[in-house]
Design a protein around this ligand. Sequence first.
Ligand code: PLP
Length: 381
Amino acid sequence: MKPKHPAVRNVSDCAAVESWLVSAGRDRRPGSPLNVPLYPASNYRLGASRSYSRDDATPGWEALEEIIGGLEGGSSLSFASGMAGIAAIFDRLRTGSVVALPDDCYQGVVQLAKMGQERGRWTVHRIAVTDTAGWVRMCASADLIWLESPSNPLLTVADLDKICAAPRKPGAILAVDNTFATPLNQRPLDLGADVAVQSLTKFIGGHSDLLGGVVTVRDADLLAGLRQARELSGATPGTLEMFLAVRGVRTLALRLERAQRNAMTLAERLARHPKVALTRYPGLASHPTHEAARRQLKGFGTIISFDVRGDARAADAVCAGLELIQHATSLGAVESTIERRARNAGQEHLPATLLRLSVGIEAVEDLWADLDRALRNVPDA
Ligand code: PLP
């Protein structure tokens, strides 16, 4: 007899990804709870597949990994943070390897790459995000090709179509940090990347209440190697964090849709604001990589970087003057956050007046009123 309500088992069974987000990762046995409960367990009675929580996935991780695996189109492994997943990928490199890194990307990855270079583990080559020919050349010689698109914080879009399709040195890994795009806007594995990375801390979690990461691959050996790295480095995620990440990802599509709409409106208005010198948002026709963004991304994302007229003090005054928008680092949450990125060590190459705004799901007119007031209150330079 056919079940009355057939459970959704594959992302391809769904007419739209929203249904997968809501239905995947659930235990379908009769009597089981709809949501995977918290498992505060380090140790299991021996004799079955689970024995110790650092070695064997706990049920909350498996749910999250099933959901993200479906979204990215591969097999996922969850980690204690985005950086823990990224470090596991870098850890694959043999001494003497060559790493290709974008000239604009998350500062934690830049620091990790620099640290490895200083210790003689590998050599780092920085390539402009838009230098597609340079990336194609690096694909033939580098052991790790690291891409982040759109980039943090300049929001430059790389030509992933071309770069992922370029011939690679045998054994090389091409990884794309897909955090800013989210797997709803971009699927790097479909383009030919070996690895897609997400900081769960951002859009997937979506509520500024967890740290987590996830790495998705198609190659079985790479998956096994990364699983072993997670186990041996102890970069395993916590049960509460994965519970929250699963809860957060259920609404990803709704949150993203609303926040992207808000971001487009705010970017257009910021671009015309007398106190703003430059607005970077991939959805604006004036953005240097707008065409690549239109070609490659389903949506333009929720991050806007803009330069306040004047100096660093003027930009700090805007942050201090905001009431609704939170003055905080990180991004991708329901609440809008803003930060002057050059205040962080290692970000001195950025314009001192650059503010990175992560647009949330508040009412857009309230967000605009807050921004406009804070900008207008800054004394003229
Ligand atoms: N990738 C990007 C693009 C990020 O912005 C961040 C953090 O801000 C990370 C990776 C690192 O993630 P986590 O903070 O979860 O370690």
